[in-house]
Structure formats: structure tokens, C-alpha cells
Write a protein that binds this ligand. Structure first.
Ligand code: SAH
Length: 402
């Protein structure tokens, strides 16, 4: 096995079990490891620190598979890791075998990369289909092994691959999508807290659905009864359908993607929800909110769930302006006593900064509001204590002063 030698003192984060080796920490690499190959990470005195996957083209030069010198990275290693990820989901109440799911849902994240000790590997389950996403050179070379183990451990037959995330480019990996095991199926129906959703696993965002917002959709819907709701960045209607089913008076849903809106409308029909109370608008939220302000429109509940504005801390400033803008406009459009449910999924903006941005937006909108709840990604997206980057989704439920 090749060796990656760290510069002096650069082993500190690894000793705290953070799983990444940045290029700046690398003194040299001995041997001629291929992309994805497992190598030993050694401190500058050549003491063993970890076994990690080599990513020669990425700033994250290696990602740790194990801190145990006696643990080999082989098929059995992946079996153990998949077993523990499944066992965690079973603890959380999701069914992980060939059954069709928990009372809450039949769609959930089975493997959440670093936080399931499997850097670069995402696996989501939609009914009887697994969707796998490989993000790193290390996970890429184990593709077939992992696919076989997923079939073996879940008792399911079908895996669809969605290795089309932008970050693959940073690893020098091409985009790859398509059926990996079993039969071709590009659309299916899942259920979540009593609502059914069509998921386009071949062409939808991420692996097809924003599973991380499941508990938040349920929570926010519970406050929506009797309200006129504006759902910004609605995708296929997740928050909208839950809100209307929970008794919202009306829901106006906005997204820039016509395909997502069309699926949202199909989802509404599938659930026999009242079409007259649901309006769909293809628009840029930044512009739509301004138009509504100029038209003096108002709402009793506004949901803001924008896409990632900042992947890294260096993009945080520009992202902060984006969040401030939409939150400021939302506070203006809210009626007194109205509810703002606002989210950020930007890794580069932490919860404290996000709260500051929302506070600044309220101030500039000349609004007072209280936070009644802090929200995060649902429990099937765990966060390793040693990998704080795993906390990416944060949300606030705020109530505007009467
Ligand atoms: N709340 C959704 C997920 C939202 S994902 C759910 O629960 O499923 C973010 C969405 O924002 C995507 O659907 C994307 O098409 C949309 N989007 C991105 N930029 C936009 C913009 N400027 N205006 C409107 N929609 C936008």
C-alpha cells in the first residue's frame, strides 16, 4: 500500500477523527497510488494515523475509511459499514429489509457519506428502488462491490445510479447515470406522512427528492391550517401539498423549474387535493417577491427553501446577501402574526450566521419577530460529531409580531 506522509503537526484534525486530508497538509506521497486507491496516512514521524482513499485531483487529497490499522478496506469492510448504516436506520424506525417502509415513509437515506463513515457514498431508498450516488474517487472504485452488498443486505433488486453531482468534476470523474442493478425504472411513487409523491429518479434533483426536509414539511404543515401560504422554491410541491392537506386556505407555489411544477401538479392530483386552492407559478423567486411587494400582496405563512447559495465559507458573503434579500422581502409580505419558515442548505453558512442574517433581514424590513423553532435535516441524514460539515440544513420558524 502507498503511504501519504503529512507535514509536521498536520495530523491534528485527523486525531480528532475528522476524515479529510487537505492537499496543504500533505508532505509527500510514496509509491504510485491510482485515484481511489487506499493508502496509509502517516504523520511526519511515520506513525500510522488512518487508511484513506486517494483523490489526486481534489483539494481534499484523501478521505479516511478507517482509523484502525488492523482493519482492511475490502468487501467485508463495506459489509460492516453498510450493516451499521442499516442498523442505525432500523433504530430510527425505518424498515431496512425488503419490507416497504415505516408508517411514516417508504423513502429515506440509507447511507449519508462521511456521517455513516463512508465518504463519498450516498444511498437513498425510494420504495423498492435504491438510488446510489458516488462522489469521490475512493467510492468510485468500489462501485460494484458496494452495489452487490446493497442488494445482499437490503433484499431489494434494483439500483439506479445518479453519479451526476458537480463535485465529481473536482475528483476528475465523469458523470454517470443509469440502471446499475435490476430493471429500468425512472419514475416511481413514494409516501411521506400520508401524502404520495411521484419521484423522477432519473431526472429529478439530487437523487430525486429532498428527503432531508421530510420532518420539516410535516412540522410546518401542522401550523398551516386556515392560512394563505406562499411556498417559495417549491420543487415538486413538498411543503405545498402537506400544507393544503393540513388545512391551509390556499397555497401559492413558486419555482423556476417548469418540470418540477408540472410534477407538483401531478402530485396534487394523485392525492386528490383541491386544485382550486393550489396555484403554481413558474418564476424567479427574487423577482416574484418584489412584484408581490409592489402589488401589496400579503400572506399568513411564507416558506423559503432556496437551493444552496454557498458550498464553501469563501462564497458565504455573496450567499448572505441572497438570504438577506429573500428573507427581508418575506418579512414585508407577511401579515402580522404570520409565520416565516426559512431555510439554508449552504454548507458555507452555519446556523449562527444564518440566524444573524435573518435577524438583519427583519430589522431592515422594520419587523419584529420571534423564533419559535430551530430546524435541521431529518434523522436519516445524521451528522458525525467529528464531521461538523455534515450539518448543512438549518431552518428557523419565526412568527411576526401582531
Ligand atoms: N422545498 C422543496 C425543495 C426545494 S429545492 C421540497 O421540499 O421538495 C430548491 C428549488 O429551488 C429547486 O426546485 C429549484 O428549481 C428552485 N430554484 C432555484 N433557483 C430558483 C430561483 N431563483 N427562483 C425560483 N426557484 C428556484
Amino acid at each position: 500500500m502507498a503511504d501519504l506522509i503529512l507535514k509536521p503537526t498536520r495530523e491534528k484534525s485527523l486525531l480528532r477523527r475528522h476524515p479529510w486530508v487537505f492537499s496543504g497538509a500533505v508532505d509527500r506521497v510514496l509509491g504510485d497510488p491510482q485515484p481511489g486507491e487506499t493508502l496509509n496516512v502517516l504523520d511526519s514521524s511515520r506513525n500510522f494515523i488512518a487508511k484513506a482513499a486517494y483523490s489526486p485531483f481534489s483539494q481534499i487529497r484523501a478521505r479516511v475509511w478507517t482509523f484502525d490499522e488492523n482493519e482492511n478496506v475490502d468487501a467485508d469492510f463495506f459489509r460492516r459499514r453498510v450493516d451499521s448504516a442499516l442498523s442505525l436506520r432500523a433504530t430510527l424506525g425505518f424498515f431496512t429489509g425488503a419490507e416497504s417502509g415505516s408508517p411514516v415513509t417508504d423513502a429515506f437515506r440509507l447511507i449519508h457519506a462521511e456521517s455513516d463513515y463512508l465518504p463519498g457514498l450516498i444511498v437513498d431508498r425510494y420504495g423498492d428502488v435504491l438510488v446510489m450516488q458516488l462522489l469521490t474517487a475512493g467510492s468510485e472504485i468500489w462501485r460494484d462491490t458496494i452495489a452487490d452488498i446493497l442488494i445482499e443486505k437490503t433484499g431489494l433488486n434494483s439500483i439506479y445510479e445518479r453519479s451526476d453531482a458537480d463535485v465529481r468534476g473536482l475528483e476528475g470523474l465523469p458523470i454517470r447515470t443509469g440502471t446499475l442493478r435490476g430493471s429500468m425504472l425512472d419514475r416511481l411513487t413514494i409516501r411521506e406522512h400520508g401524502i404520495r409523491f411521484i419521484v423522477n429518479i432519473a431526472g429529478g434533483h439530487k437523487t430525486g427528492f429532498y428527503l432531508d426536509q421530510r420532518s420539516n414539511r410535516h412540522r410546518i404543515a401542522a401550523m398551516a391550517a386556515g392560512r394563505d401560504v406562499l411556498n417559495c422554491f417549491c420543487y415538486t410541491g413538498g411543503f405545498s401539498l402537506h400544507a393544503i392537506a393540513a388545512g391551509a386556505k390556499s397555497v401559492l407555489s413558486i419555482d423556476s423549474s417548469g418540470d418540477a411544477l408540472a410534477l407538483g401538479q401531478e402530485n396534487a392530483e394523485l392525492n386528490n387535493l383541491p386544485a382550486a386552492a393550489l396555484a403554481w407559478r413558474e418564476d424567479d423567486v427574487f423577482l416574484a417577491l418584489r412584484k408581490f411587494r409592489d402589488e401589496r400582496r400579503s400572506f399568513d405563512m411564507i416558506i423559503l427553501d432556496p437551493p444552496k447559495f454557498a458550498a464553501t465559507v469563501s462564497q458565504a458573503e455573496k450567499a448572505a446577501r441572497g438570504y438577506k434579500d429573500i428573507n427581508l422581502l418575506a418579512f414585508k409580505l407577511l401579515r402580522p402574526g404570520g409565520i416565516l419558515a426559512t431555510f439554508s442548505c449552504s454548507g458555507g453558512i452555519d446556523a449562527a450566521l444564518f440566524q444573524k442574517i435573518v435577524a438583519g433581514a427583519a430589522l431592515d424590513a422594520n419587523t419584529e419577530a420571534v423564533i419559535v423553532e430551530h430546524l435541521a435535516q431529518d434523522c436519516d441524514h445524521p451528522v458525525s460529531l467529528h464531521f461538523p460539515e455534515g450539518t448543512y440544513l438549518k431552518g428557523l420558524i419565526c412568527i411576526k409580531r401582531e
